[in-house]
Ligand binder design. Structure first.
Ligand SMILES: [Fe+2]
Length: 254
């Protein structure tokens, strides 16, 4: 028996939702406790829910007892500072695993391609239960920054670039889609990232929030794109040579 996957993600591996219309007070993410956690780029994370309620970002399978990326435990010292973000994460009503705010420092398009990875979302997730996916809720207003999604990291024609103004929301099968963010700064970017279990609750919430996949990626200068692609792959190849394998083929825990 396979995992249950939402049909709406089948075609493209992601779906963009209508923008969240209300402003969120920046103090909700600025006042949180962050931990250094290397993800795709220069990052820190502020967990709202973790495996057992501590302020840390490890995959849930590292604990005793280990568990899949579900049944996250809310961290009261964090959620009391971020009631709107907590409410937004909980609104879909689906089972939540990891839930945290990412802080990403400015980077380049080549950095984003270098850092692109697949998430490890479904380790220990029992067959027959819902496939774990991620929801990204953009907090800071970064209309010139982009979520870079690729079906195949080595094929730029499979790329979709999704602009990230405040309120942008997207649901991504991030174990299928290579992903990273090209953040043009100058200030850090903040985004709420939540692991959800696919199922009727999440599908209902997605359906109620204007799901669409007809995203027209902003154009890139072709010479720039070629140069960035070349740089990113040279760096990826060097990393592979250093480790003796490509670490991004081992799905990221972040
Ligand atoms: Fe990721």
């Amino acid at each position: 028996m396979a995992h249950y996957k939402m049909p709406i993600l089948e075609e493209k591996g992601f779906v963009v939702l209508d923008s969240y219309g209300d402003l969120v007070d920046p103090r909700e993410w600025q006042s949180l406790e962050y931990v250094d956690w290397k993800s795709s780029g220069d990052t820190r994370f502020a967990p709202l829910a973790s495996a057992y309620g501590d302020i840390e970002c490890n995959g849930f399978w590292h604990f005793d007892p280990p568990k899949p990326d579900k049944d996250g435990v809310w961290i009261e010292s964090q959620t009391e500072k971020s009631p709107t973000l907590t409410w937004r994460a909980q609104e879909p009503g689906a089972n939540i695993g990891r839930c945290r705010i990412i802080e990403l420092q400015p980077n380049s398009y080549a950095d984003a391609l270098y850092n692109s990875h697949l998430d490890d979302n479904n380790r220990l997730n029992p067959d027959g239960e819902g496939w774990i996916i991620r929801c990204f809720m953009q907090l800071t207003h970064n209309p010139n920054s982009y979520m870079i999604l690729r079906e195949d990291i080595n094929d730029p024609t499979t790329e979709t670039r999704i602009a990230l103004p405040a309120g942008a929301q997207l649901v991504v099968d991030s174990e299928r889609m290579w992903h990273s963010v090209w953040h043009q700064g100058p200030e850090p970017r903040y985004c709420l990232i939540t692991s959800y279990e696919s199922g009727p609750e999440l599908e209902k919430w997605v359906a109620e929030n204007g799901p669409h996949t007809d995203v027209s990626s902003p154009a890139l200068d072709s010479d720039f794109a070629v140069e960035m692609e070349r740089e990113a792959h040279a760096r990826r190849d060097a990393r592979t040579a250093f480790y003796g394998y490509d670490p991004t083929t081992v799905m990221s825990e972040a």
